[in-house]
Design a binder for this molecule. Structure first.
Ligand SMILES: NCc1[nH]cc(CCC(=O)O)c1CC(=O)O
Length: 318
């Protein structure tokens, strides 16, 4: 899509396929530390001069910037919602108690649990084919995937419900792409800049500022969605909603904030502060994130709540 857009602008583009660690590893992504298992190889190829621009799924990019690299464009976002692919055309509300839903994402597990449907989640990994195959084969009743990924593969026909963000907030950055280039490559920076969508950039900046302020690890059950909305008087605002919860569904926080589109980072930071005041840190004390505050006695202090430890078979970190 990015190559076609650049060709339409008269540029010559060659596609270079780069296999990332996230593509080949069979380890649970929640255990790989959130250091960019999908981004690392692409970033190395950029810095080595093997490629001139990298196209990432924004939600796979660590919130910390990479030295020597710049996000030159964030194109208009695809549908940010999560999608359910269930047997027999079922929606979430129609799934029977005890239904088995495939997802390893702590964020999806926590929000499914918070809905109180009595469904069971099963950790899965693998590409889209593998995951949908577990429904087709009857091994699982349903799987949850990002709608944007299915859209890019032309497989939206198989979706049985696009899940309302009121029920499940997507991962920060979900549905958006990030085009990264070398910071000193002025020619490519300028060529790519026209693909930037300012509203999308503002929205994902708020979502990622929230994530950064929460110091949420890759295993953190955090959902966030920012949208440009119209106030009653017609002026435009950035509206940010967020979820933090525990994977067993016993704890959930949903909060929202609004602010000027011109300062998305402040909106994200403000909402993160509210979530932390209201106890978000407790829900995020899983491996890979900060130890819970408490006594320094190692027997009682640093151990994560076992109910928050992600399962050992995980499909993704989002
Ligand atoms: N972490 C996996 C991942 N990273 C990006 C997408 C596709 C959606 C997108 O580009 O936001 C997916 C798959 C999924 O969540 O189902």
């Amino acid at each position: 899509m990015v190559a076609d857009a650049l060709r339409d602008l008269g540029h010559e583009v060659t596609l270079v396929e780069v296999v990332t660690e996230g593509d080949v590893t069979t380890a649970a992504l929640t255990e790989l530390g959130g250091t960019g298992v999908f981004a690392g190889a692409l970033r190395k190829a950029l810095l080595d001069g093997q490629i001139d621009l990298a196209v990432h799924s924004l939600k796979d990019l660590p919130v910390a910037a990479a030295d020597g690299l710049t996000i030159a464009a964030i194109p208009a976002r695809a549908d940010a919602r999560d999608a359910l692919i269930a047997r027999d055309g079922l929606t979430l509300g129609q799934l029977p108690v005890g239904a088995r839903i495939g997802t390893g994402s702590p964020r999806r597990v926590a929000q499914l649990a918070a809905l109180g449907l009595g469904v069971e989640t099963v950790g899965i990994r693998g590409n889209v084919d593998t995951r949908i195959g577990k429904v087709t084969s009857g091994e699982l009743d349903a799987v949850v995937l990002a709608r944007a990924g299915l859209q890019r593969l032309g497989r939206t026909d198989e979706i049985t419900e696009s899940i309302d963000p009121l029920q499940m907030l997507p991962a920060p950055g979900q549905g958006a792409l990030a085009i990264e280039v070398r910071s000193d490559d002025e020619g490519v920076l300028a060529a790519v800049a026209v693909l930037d969508d300012p509203d999308t950039r503002a929205a994902v900046s708020a979502e990622r500022a929230l994530l950064a302020t929460l110091e949420a690890g890759c295993a953190a059950p955090v959902g966030a969605l920012a949208e440009v909305v119209e106030e009653v008087d017609g002026s435009l605002l950035l509206s940010l909603r967020a979820f933090v919860g525990s994977e067993d569904g016993t704890f959930e926080l949903r909060r929202s904030a609004t602010g000027p589109i011109g300062d998305p980072v402040a909106v994200g930071q403000e909402l993160a502060a509210t979530l932390l005041e209201d106890g978000a840190a407790d829900a995020m004390s899983a491996p890979g994130s900060r130890p819970p505050a408490g006594p320094s006695d190692p027997k009682s202090g640093g151990a994560p709540n076992p109910q928050l430890v992600p399962s050992d078979s995980v499909e993704q970190r989002s």
